[in-house]
Design a protein around this ligand. Structure first.
Ligand SMILES: Cc1cc2nc3c(=O)[nH]c(=O)nc-3n(C[C@H](O)[C@H](O)[C@H](O)COP(=O)(O)O)c2cc1C
Length: 196
C-alpha cells in the first residue's frame, strides 16, 4: 500500500512557536508510521485575500501541496477567540479553487486555554469548504510542556500527540463513507453546524 502523504501547516509566525513544536512532534510520529510529510512554510508570504485576483507563488504552492496530499494537519494559535488571522486568510484562498473539498484534515491548537475557539473556527471553515476534519486536539498551557529548543517534553502530551498521529494514519486508510462519518462526529462534538 502506498504511504500516506501529509501536509503540515503551522498558523503561528513566531520563531519559538508551541504550535510548531506540537506539529513537529506529530510529523515525526507520522514519519515513524511510514508517512511522507511536507510542510507549507510560506504562510507569511500569502497576500491578503482578494476575490478574483490571480494567485501569487505562495498561494500556488499552497494549492499544489494541498492537492497532492492525502491529509492536511493544521496547528494554530488562538488569538482573541479565533484561529490566527494569517491562517484564516490562507484558507480563504482555497475556497474558490477547491483543493480542500473532501480532503482529510486534522486540527490542533496549542495555547493558553487549549484553543477551543480556534479549533471550532478551524473545523467550521474547513467543513464549509467541504473538508473532512477527522481529528482535533487541544493542548493547554503548552509553555510548560515544551522545552526551550521547541521539543515536547511532557509525557502526557507526547502520548497524546503519538495517538493523534496514529489515528491520522489509520483514518487515512478508511473507506470514504466512514471518513465522512468520522468528520460528522468531530464537527458535532465541537458544535459546528453544517453549511447552510
Ligand atoms: C494577541 C494574542 C491573543 C491571544 N488570545 C488568546 C485566546 O483568545 N485564547 C487563548 O487560549 N490564548 C490566547 N493567546 C495565547 C496564545 O494562544 C499562546 O501564546 C500560543 O502559545 C501562541 O501560539 P504559538 O506559540 O504557536 O505562537 C493569545 C496570545 C496573543 C499574543
Amino acid at each position: 500500500m502506498k504511504s500516506v502523504r501529509v501536509l503540515t501547516i503551522c498558523g503561528s509566525l513566531q520563531p519559538m512557536s508551541a504550535n510548531r513544536a506540537v506539529l513537529e512532534s506529530v510529523a515525526a510520529n507520522l514519519r515513524g508510521h511510514g508517512a511522507t510529510v511536507d510542510d507549507f512554510g510560506r504562510l507569511a508570504e500569502v497576500p491578503a485575500f482578494a476575490p478574483g485576483t490571480s494567485e501569487s507563488a505562495a498561494v500556488h504552492e499552497l494549492r499544489t501541496l494541498i492537492a497532492s496530499s492525502d491529509v492536511v494537519v493544521v496547528a494554530s494559535p488562538e488569538y482573541a477567540g479565533g484561529m490566527a488571522g494569517a491562517l484564516k486568510n490562507a484558507l480563504d484562498w482555497i475556497v474558490g479553487s477547491g483543493e480542500l473539498y473532501e480532503k482529510l484534515v486534522s486540527v490542533m491548537s496549542a495555547g493558553t486555554t487549549g484553543g477551543l475557539y480556534a479549533r471550532q473556527q478551524l473545523v467550521r471553515t474547513l467543513t464549509w469548504q467541504g473538508a473532512f476534519v477527522i481529528e482535533e486536539l487541544g493542548i493547554a498551557s503548552p509553555r510548560r510542556k515544551i522545552d526551550d529548543t521547541g521539543v515536547v517534553t511532557d509525557d502526557m502530551t507526547i502520548a497524546d500527540l503519538r495517538a493523534f498521529a496514529s489515528l491520522i494514519v489509520r483514518k487515512a486508510k478508511l473507506p470514504p463513507h466512514i471518513q465522512r462519518a468520522e468528520a460528522e462526529v468531530v464537527a458535532a462534538r465541537l458544535g459546528i453546524e453544517p453549511r447552510s
